[in-house]
Design a protein around this ligand. Structure first.
Ligand SMILES: Nc1ncnc2c1ncn2[C@@H]1O[C@H](COP(=O)(O)OP(=O)(O)OP(=O)(O)O)[C@@H](O)[C@H]1O
Ligand SMILES: [Mg+2]
Length: 397
């Protein structure tokens, strides 16, 4: 039987492949998660996130490759002997037991002394000790979620797997739980592997984010690093939004490339461009772009594009989102903080846009048709679908 972990353990996936009959869910996965880190696996529905967790938990066997936890090869180790606990989206508390009994259950079954004291401690961590004597149905969804978390943490797994654990919560509670989870992780020092569709959730919580696409990791790094310097079109669009332009490299110096797209020249620092010749896709985040009502003076440090026509203005309180149609380039998205009162321009107005050259990036993909505003199937809508599915499942019972 497994021991209590004093601290988190490293997790290493080496050359993992997972084939189901007729379907390869994971083609090739190499991944190292250092002990004590909060690691987020982020990707769209069906990309292989749950499969990865199930492999780590020992609920599935890899077709190829090895899994190491704390340096020890556990590929052949049975699920219940791995130092791993999982919190699933449907948190399945025992309805006839009180909260404290739910949390103490695993400890008691393993005949661990002081089960009650340890369970109270875990409940204090999720700030629910005052509800220890209630039954699950007397708690809100978010509170039940925290009980599920306490029940996993109380076992002090070296590795805690979280599969969309906040998927059923409303947005506000979700944000609150994100912060709580993060501070719990820091407090207990265990290794967390958190799976989510929600890019904002991944970025606020994790030290390292791996963006997964079709069973492979496209890019991995600190949240700010991934966001500021995406390497592929998929990452540029999945993690936040991007304005992308595809064109020929028309000039290269030791410090920058210039891409000509539809009569417009866009300069990108060479250090921020993955490819330096041929047809490349370059981009800039919408909040880095400034909207001008009049043609701005040329500035060697900035890309200036325009004039274009404003085709959409949407005011959201803290910021206004403008869509500027630039001949040949297409629609460019601009997020402007509302420093004054209301939007600074209206639909139909002419406008120029500019951005600091240092804020652009060049992608490594082979050129394809630019995909500027893909449908937001990525994050919130999928989470909402999941929640709706769960709700109707619960109602059916
Ligand atoms: N037992 C199985 N047999 C065949 N195919 C499977 C099996 N389990 C999963 N798959 C397929 O493997 C792919 C990855 O599934 P997985 O559950 O890992 O996705 P996911 O990234 O967790 O998606 P979601 O965000 O929707 O939960 C999917 O295309 C799925 O249909
Ligand atoms: Mg899943």
């Amino acid at each position: 039987m497994r021991e209590f972990a004093e601290r988190g353990a490293d997790l290493e996936l080496a050359g993992i492949q997972k084939r189901f009959p007729g379907f390869t869910a994971i083609e090739h996965l190499d991944l190292t998660i250092p002990a004590g880190s909060f690691f987020a696996l982020l990707g769209p529905s069906g990309c292989g996130k749950t499969t990865t967790l199930r492999l780590v938990a020992g609920l599935e066997e890899p077709t190829q490759g090895r899994i190491l936890i704390g340096g020890k090869d556990v590929t052949e180790t049975k699920s219940h002997e791995r130092p791993v606990n999982t919190v699933f989206q449907s948190y399945a508390l025992f309805p006839h037991m009180t909260i404290i009994e739910n949390v103490a259950f695993g400890l008691r079954r393993r005949r661990i002394g002081d089960a009650l004291a340890k369970a109270h401690e875990a409940l204090r961590l999720v700030e629910l000790d005052h509800l220890a004597q209630r039954k699950p149905q007397q708690l809100s969804g978010g509170q039940q979620q925290r009980v599920a978390l306490a029940r996993a943490i109380v076992n002090r797994p070296a590795l805690l797997l979280l599969d969309e654990p906040l998927g059923a919560l409303d947005l506000k509670l979700r944000r609150q739980m994100q912060l709580e989870l993060k501070s719990i992780q820091e407090e207990v020092g265990l290794t967390f592997l958190h799976v989510t569709h929600d890019q904002e959730e991944a970025m606020t919580m994790a030290d390292t984010v791996a963006v997964m696409n079709k069973g492979a990791i496209e890019q991995m790094g600190a949240p700010a690093q991934l966001y500021e310097l995406p390497r592929t079109t998929f990452v540029a669009n999945f993690l936040g939004q991007s304005n992308l332009f595809t064109g020929d490299v028309v000039e290269t110096t030791s410090s920058a490339i210039t891409v000509g797209a539809a009569g417009t020249r866009v300069i990108v620092p060479i250090s921020r461009a993955q490819r330096h010749r041929g047809i490349v896709t370059v981009g800039v985040r919408p909040e880095k772009v400034t909207l001008h009502r009049d043609e701005p003076e040329t500035d060697p440090g900035r890309n200036v594009v325009g004039p274009g026509r404003i085709i959409d203005v949407s005011f959201s309180g803290v910021s206004t989102q403008y869509i500027v149609d630039v001949a040949g380039l297409g629609s460019v998205l601009v997020f402007a903080q509302n420093m004054g009162i209301g939007p600074i321009a209206n639909v139909g107005d002419d406008a120029w846009i500019s951005w600091d050259i240092e804020h652009g990036f060049g992608l490594e993909d082979e050129a394809t048709a630019p995909e500027r505003f893909p449908a937001d199937d990525s994050t919130s809508s999928i989470a909402a679908q999941h929640r709706d599915a769960l709700v109707s499942e619960l109602e059916d019972r």
